[in-house]
Design a protein around this ligand. Structure first.
Ligand code: ZN
Length: 176
């Protein structure tokens, strides 16, 4: 596998950093692909887990080879400009190589996790929706942990860790 060195890693704080031109952003060497497969899984999750995303429109992208080695997935609120051109309020991005190595159950859980970051809030005064990115409860969400446990999360971490030959310290930094 070709080694891809990324000098400027986007910071995964769940904020807009990856779409903010003033933030640290690396455009080179990344390929974005719309993923109808991820969209299908998302539809299944939304139905099975009884999720209500309100009027939020979501785009699903795979980033090859990865968002970064330690960022498996992220949920971004779209900027006004991205909304204008794409119609999406949020983008869910997943690292392509990691996605390709995950089993279908873990893919389901990963998409479920990212969908839980979506939090549209209705502003009564302005009578419009504000699209917020919900932070984790503790690295994951209680909804998931209470019902599905944490094994899937460890599966994601160990899959990515073996994919990129990481040591335990690096493995601990893997986020989604
Ligand atoms: Zn997350």
């Amino acid at each position: 596998m070709e080694e891809h060195v990324e000098p400027l890693e986007p910071i995964d704080d769940g904020s807009l950093s990856a779409l903010d031109p003033s933030g640290r952003i690396a455009l080179s060497g990344k390929e974005l692909l719309e993923s109808p497969e991820m969209e299908e899984i998302a539809k299944e999750v939304i139905k099975k887990e009884n999720m209500d995303l309100r009027p939020a429109e979501v785009g699903y992208l795979l980033v090859y080879p990865n968002i970064s080695k330690t960022v498996v997935a992220k949920c971004l609120k779209c900027s006004r400009e991205v909304k204008y051109y794409s119609g999406y309020d949020y983008l869910i991005e997943i690292s392509g190589e990691a996605w390709d190595h995950l089993d279908s159950k873990t893919r389901y859980m990963l998409v479920y996790h990212e969908l839980l970051h979506i939090q549209p809030v209705f502003n009564e005064k302005k009578e419009e929706w504000n699209y917020r990115v919900r932070p984790h409860d503790f690295g994951d969400f209680y909804e998931i942990n209470d019902k599905h446990g944490a094994d899937w999360y460890k599966t994601v971490q160990s899959t990515v860790s073996s994919l990129y030959d990481m040591n335990p310290t690096e493995e601990g930094k893997i986020t989604l």
